[in-house]
Ligand binder design. Structure first.
Ligand code: ZN
Ligand code: ZN
Length: 118
């Protein structure tokens, strides 16, 4: 379980479902660590996506969001995308995507490091 994020914040935005096996433990640890490092509440634009919702928003079919090991973290007021991305890095995220125009950072806990930006 996450210390800071409720199930409703992690659930799919379209249907309120969570993955069958629950959200990835490692992801929850990373999200809690990010929340602590930021020092104030952070919002998620999405975490789990059911396959239908994922397709709707144009996610890749095997998205880490569908696997319950990814979340898009909105950049808190007064912080930059780069600052949040480096916090995510320090907190142990494996996949880190910087979305400058939408002002969020994608974090996931896949088995290898990946970095990208849009
Ligand atoms: Zn859904
Ligand atoms: Zn994402």
């Amino acid at each position: 379980m996450s210390k800071y994020f409720s199930e409703s914040e992690l659930a799919c935005k379209c249907c309120g479902q969570l993955p069958a096996g629950g959200m990835g433990e490692r992801l929850l640890q990373v999200l809690d660590a990010i929340r602590e490092a930021v020092g104030s509440p952070v919002s998620l634009s999405c975490a789990y996506r059911c396959p239908e919702h994922n397709a709707e928003v144009g996610g890749v079919p095997n998205s880490y969001h569908i696997q319950g090991i990814a979340a898009d973290v909105l950049v808190p007021d007064g912080m930059s995308v780069d600052e949040l991305a480096s916090i995510a890095e320090q907190c142990g995220a494996k996949g880190i995507g910087r979305y400058y125009s939408q002002e969020f950072v994608h974090v996931d806990t896949r088995g290898y490091e990946a970095r990208w930006e849009e």
